[in-house]
Design a protein around this ligand. Structure first.
Ligand code: F6R
Length: 242
């Protein structure tokens, strides 16, 4: 895995936007795998300022909460709409997020996999990382060949996300639909972003620990084209950064 360390969060966000925008310039119908959460907010801010058209781009989000309608302010659809969809010339029909309200979640997940396959696979996936090492909502113990599926959220993930639900863990959904680690590992390129001291230890384990299903992000060690973009705080306890 290549590691790039930036002075500031703004710098790492800009670099991520530059990588994605360059890809779209080279391949106007690129297929992007996209995250939500606090970490990618700066990336989306920078991406919407890039001089590039997204008219032919297809996007697939990593995950969505089960039980939240798109219109819920904390749905990942709402997040994407306010941070990206409403700001660039993406075509709505080309922007996919698993439907957390699907009557048959298993069928929804199979359909999502089919859509990714029909699009020709993901050219790049941008990932954040949970404090427990989750990628997407693949919590510790997730099999590395898993596909898009319905999963329970770990208790510490629900606590970490309570900040988005008025500070109370009770409001945080208990399940999500998420791309699997197997789905993510099939992307041609992976960008893993982390910012802040709180992520320093899990980043050290991800990069320098043994591959282990108890730290899902260590699965990325298996992929030939991963770039890890960190600010100084997130890189603080790494032994080596090259
Ligand atoms: C979100 C996602 C999660 C987040 C992770 C980090 O789509 O898949 O894996 O990337 O929980 O979240 P933040 O960036 O809020 O610390």
């Amino acid at each position: 895995m290549r590691v790039e360390v930036f002075e500031t969060y703004t710098d790492l966000s800009q670099r991520t936007a530059d990588i994605v925008a360059d890809l779209v310039r080279r391949r106007p119908d690129a297929v992007l795998g996209l995250p939500t959460g606090s970490t990618p907010e700066g990336f989306y801010r920078a991406l919407t300022q890039e001089d590039v058209s997204f008219r032919q781009v297809r996007t697939f989000n990593l995950d969505e909460y089960v039980g939240l309608p798109q219109s819920h302010p904390q749905s990942y659809f709402s997040f994407m709409n306010s941070h990206l969809y409403s700001k660039v010339d993406l075509v709505p029909a080309n922007c996919r997020i698993p439907n957390g309200m699907a009557v048959d979640p298993d069928a929804e997940c199979r359909h999502y996999e089919d859509l990714i396959r029909q699009a020709g696979g993901l050219d790049v996936v941008v990932l954040g990382i949970g404090l427990n090492g989750h990628i997407g909502f693949n919590e510790p113990g997730s099999p590395w060949d898993a596909r898009t599926r319905r999963v329970p959220l770990a208790e510490n993930t629900r606590q970490a996300n309570a900040r988005f639900f008025g500070g109370s863990v009770d409001g945080v959904p208990r399940e999500a639909l998420t791309m699997g680690i197997g789905t993510i590992l099939e992307a041609k390129q992976i960008l893993l972003l982390a910012s802040g001291e709180g992520k320093a230890e899990i980043i050290r384990r991800t990069l320098e620990g043994e591959p282990d299903i108890s730290v899902p992000a260590t699965a990325l060690q298996r992929h030939p084209n991963v770039t890890v973009l960190l600010d100084k705080a997130a890189a603080r306890v790494l032994q080596r950064t090259a």
